[in-house]
Design a protein around this ligand. Structure first.
Ligand SMILES: Nc1ncnc2c1ncn2[C@@H]1O[C@H](COP(=O)(O)OP(=O)(O)OP(=O)(O)O)[C@@H](O)[C@H]1O
Length: 345
């Protein structure tokens, strides 16, 4: 693992629960008989943000732009290439998840958990509900015997499942119920942070609403913070306090919910908003629709990575990569012309 280079000091916010600074995850591209590394897929490339205690940060972007890799790298399901992931523990100490060894990682893992996209494939078909939900408790040594069973029963109640389901297997449940099991499992160790990766995308719309409501109730009840990853802008708008927009491994815009949805500053965000289905089908979205495909993450365009798809691209955009900068208070955008473009939704 590479170290963050000098000058990349983490901009830790005193009160932040999670501080991600200059995080990178590159996958090597190998070729030939000797599997020589000929390049890198830069799935996460110099990403920085914070998540405060009890808040929801929505992470949105098209499929393939690195959202899942980012979530998994934060929780050390993947080893980062470089960067800092500061998690503040309940005692007040902050640990760098990116640098912890396996034993230290086991000890702190209970504080940050994950809810996965597909409730059909993320639960082990050979494990009962009791085994699935209690596994994190057993792994972290938090409970055993009757106390463990009693905790699992409480968790089932909290997520709206019945205790008689305890010894059933995943195939006996619907998608929504399976996601409730996944949520109970994530909650088992009393985490302060949950990374939810497309947690409702595989569900029918009516079930989506139930699971989103449950997650909001749980957030209020337990003071949870969510990093909520989704390609679905409606879900992100509904749930998030703040929003980060990801494009080809990078955050291109970050702002409070209202500012981002009412006054996007990056043409990519504006294009995503214009592509969002309108609640009233008789009304059409205005604004510039998103055209073209996302580029190959192993061979990004020079300058601004969005320039080949951007209707406002100038010569400067083809040459110079725009940094993520604060254009309005607490509203950041990585565009040379942010604040000057006629973007509308
Ligand atoms: N193990 C891997 N080895 C090489 N490249 C990978 C690996 N996993 C993901 N990638 C690539 O990294 C990029 C980002 O993928 P990732 O799954 O993180 O994006 P995403 O935004 O979550 O997309 P989706 O919503 O479709 O899962 C993609 O180009 C993907 O092909």
């Amino acid at each position: 693992m590479l170290s963050p280079s000098p000058g990349q000091a983490p901009d830790t916010t005193e009160s932040a629960l999670l501080t991600v600074a200059h995080l990178k995850k590159y996958y090597p591209v190998q070729a030939g008989f000797l599997r020589k590394t000929v390049g890198y897929v830069k799935a996460v490339d110099d990403v920085s943000f914070t998540v405060q205690r009890g808040e929801t940060l929505g992470l949105v972007g098209e499929s393939g732009c690195g959202k899942t890799t980012l979530g998994r790298t934060i929780l050390r399901a993947l080893d980062p290439t470089a960067g800092y992931v500061g998690l503040r523990l309940p005692g007040g100490e902050t640990v760098d998840l990116a640098r912890l060894g396996p034993r230290e990682l086991r000890a702190v893992r209970r504080h940050a958990q994950m809810v996965f996209q597909d409730p059909y494939s993320s639960l082990n078909p050979r494990m009962t509900v009791l085994d699935t939900v209690s596994e994190p408790l057993r792994l972290s040594g938090m409970a055993q015997g009757p106390a463990l069973v009693s905790r699992v029963k409480d968790l089932l109640h909290v997520v709206g499942l019945e205790v008689r389901h305890l010894n059933r297997y995943p195939h006996a449940f619907s998608g929504g119920q399976r996601q409730r099991i996944g949520i109970a499992r994530a909650l088992a160790t009393n985490p302060s942070l949950i990374v939810a990766d497309e947690a409702v995308s595989a569900l029918d719309v009516s079930i989506q609403a139930q699971i989103l409501n449950l997650m909001q109730d749980l957030q209020r009840e337990f003071g949870l913070a969510y990093l909520f990853i989704s390609h679905d802008l409606s879900v992100i708008e509904h749930l998030s306090d703040r929003v980060a927009v990801m494009y080809v491994g990078q955050i291109v815009e970050r702002a409070g919910n209202a500012a981002l949805f009412s006054q996007p500053l990056h043409p990519y965000t504006a294009a995503l908003l214009a592509s969002k289905p309108h609640p009233d089908p008789r009304q059409r979205n205005t604004g510039i629709p998103l055209s073209g495909e996302i580029p190959d993450l192993a061979a990004l365009p020079s300058g601004c990575p969005f320039h080949p798809r951007c209707p406002f691209a100038q010569d400067r955009c083809r040459i110079e990569k725009p940094p993520l900068r604060e254009v309005h208070p607490d509203h950041f955008a990585a565009c040379h012309f942010a604040g000057e473009l006629p973007l509308s939704n």
